[in-house]
Design a protein around this ligand. Structure first.
Ligand SMILES: Cc1cc2nc3c(=O)[nH]c(=O)nc-3n(C[C@H](O)[C@H](O)[C@H](O)COP(=O)(O)OP(=O)(O)OC[C@H]3O[C@@H](n4cnc5c(N)ncnc54)[C@H](O)[C@@H]3O)c2cc1C
Length: 448
């Protein structure tokens, strides 16, 4: 498999390179099946892996998915896909390059990313994107989240359906309601996998490989808190199936979880968030963030993942965005797709939005200390109006470099209770037992 190599999305996958395994003689009531390639998980990673394998001649590919429906977190995603050097960018005169994309990824990752992997992903990612275009899918638009408009707005549901269509055309079997539970090892090699279907055990034996594409572990509270204790108060929007099953199975064979220190949450999600639409960028438009004591505690212009860290470190993991009418008017324009702002504009009561003609009134409604919040905002405003900027946290304007920090002084005032949220667990699996579990000469492990 050398084309596209399922590197397109955040894949926590591990390939177990294997010798061909024949079905063992039947000694129990457990049903057994022999397949060519077994892919576990039917999200972007698993379906892509299966399709690429079949396109490259692998026979008898089977995908198992524990949920009744395919798609995992992939189908819940916003579909924002960063790709460099695309035809859409060129047609809009956007100048971009793989080198620039590489620089931005490395900068965003504080230069600690796996350089080889980043270099490899960038062109493979484009090939995968072009695969979808070749099948008739189109990005709705391309927009900037960094220096260059590079984020292509795709429809994740259409992508999953297209992968499924390709799988069907290639004769791949996708079996839902089949949960992988344990890798089967024989003489130091993975030869298959134990699974459960409708409460009954079923063993798969593979001629080639087992590929684990079971996604992240946002829904595995124990593992999440083990990896990062701050996550005890985090909201989770990952798919229900994101319980780290593949990670657990691989760890039993000695694979390690790596880069755990880089696990970060996203920010700022409304308290009752159900999807990506329940996130706001209000702090980047000038809203101040305060804690339960009505005091600022973080630089609001920081990257959202560092703000999330600071919020999660709060005793209850809560935070409040405080802003005025002029910021609200900007939000209505910039976040016109967010249903909750429209509801606030219509004066609809939402359990996490509090308003008032004065800061004190809004604070009272939000059960924050009115006097302290008034002091916090007065102090913030005073520094801005005196041209001192933000000496306490060194906040900078984000939306445009020409923009100045704006005081929060135009009534009415708004307070929105927001939290940090896990969309995915960017932690990788790495095998430390390559020799033990693979006889292949080439490196068939992806060091994610
Ligand atoms: C709300 C939201 C918005 C997001 N927006 C974006 C975005 O705009 N851009 C972006 O790049 N990323 C985004 N992400 C992250 C992105 O969706 C994920 O990184 C990506 O979808 C992961 O793909 P995957 O195939 O690895 O996992 P998944 O899509 O989760 O697929 C894994 C599958 O494996 C199945 N599975 C798990 N255990 C087993 C088992 N034991 N047996 C059988 N099957 C099993 C699961 O049920 C699941 O269907 C978002 C995530 C969320 C939750």
């Amino acid at each position: 498999m050398n084309r596209r190599q399922f590197l397109s999305v955040n894949i926590a996958s591990l390939i177990f390179g294997l010798a061909s395994a024949a079905l063992p003689a039947k000694t129990t009531n457990i049903s057994a099946e022999q397949v060519g390639l077994l892919v576990v998980g039917a999200g972007f990673a698993g379906l892509t892996a299966a399709v690429v394998a079949a396109e490259n001649g692998v026979k008898d590919v089977v995908v198992i998915e524990k949920e009744p429906l395919i798609g995992g977190s992939s189908i819940l995603s916003r579909g924002s896909w960063a790709v460099s050097g695309t035809a859409l960018q060129k047609s809009q005169g956007i100048v971009d390059s793989d080198e620039e994309f590489y620089r931005e990824i490395m900068n965003a990752g504080g230069q600690v990313n796996n350089r080889d992997l980043v270099k490899r992903i960038i062109p493979e990612n484009r090939k995968q994107f072009e695969w979808f275009l070749s099948r008739g899918l189109k990005p709705a638009t391309v927009f900037a989240e960094g220096s260059v408009p590079r984020v292509h707005a795709m429809d994740p549901e259409a992508m999953i359906l297209e992968l499924r269509r390709a799988a069907v055309q290639l004769g791949i079997k996708i079996r839902t309601g089949v949960k992988a539970v344990e890798l089967i090892v024989d003489k130091g090699r993975v030869i298959g996998l134990k699974a459960v279907q409708s409460g009954k055990p079923i063993n798969f034996y593979v001629k080639r490989d087992v590929i684990l594409c079971t996604g992240g572990f946002g829904r595995n509270k124990k593992l999440l808190e083990q990896v990062q204790p701050l996550m005890r108060n985090v909201l989770v929007l990952s798919a229900q199936g994101s319980t780290g099953d593949g990670i657990t199975m691989a760890r039993k064979l000695g694979a390690n979880l790596v880069d755990t220190e880089h696990l970060k949450a996203s920010y700022a999600f409304t308290e009752d968030a159900r999807g990506i639409d329940d996130k706001t960028l209000a702090n980047y438009l000038g809203a101040v963030i305060v804690d339960d004591n009505a005091k600022r505690f973080v630089n609001e212009s920081n990257q959202y993942r560092y703000i999330a860290d600071a919020v999660l470190a709060q005793p209850l993991g809560r935070s409040y965005l405080v802003f005025d009418q002029s910021i609200f008017e900007q939000l209505l324009k910039i976040e016109s797709d967010k249903p909750f702002w429209k509801e606030v504009a219509k004066d609809k009561k939402l359990s996490y939005v509090f308003t008032g003609k004065t800061i004190e009134e809004a604070a009272k409604n939000a059960l924050l200390d009115p006097e302290i919040l008034k002091k916090t905002i007065d102090n913030y405003n005073q520094n801005i109006l005196e041209g001192k900027g933000d000496p306490a946290f060194k906040r900078t304007p984000i939306v445009s470099s020409n923009q100045k920090l704006q005081p929060i002084n135009k009534p009415p005032f708004y307070i929105v209770s927001v939290k940090a949220c896990i969309l995915g667990t960017t932690v990788d699996l790495r095998s430390t037992t390559r020799r033990k579990y693979s006889t292949r000469k080439e490196n068939r492990y992806l060091d994610f």
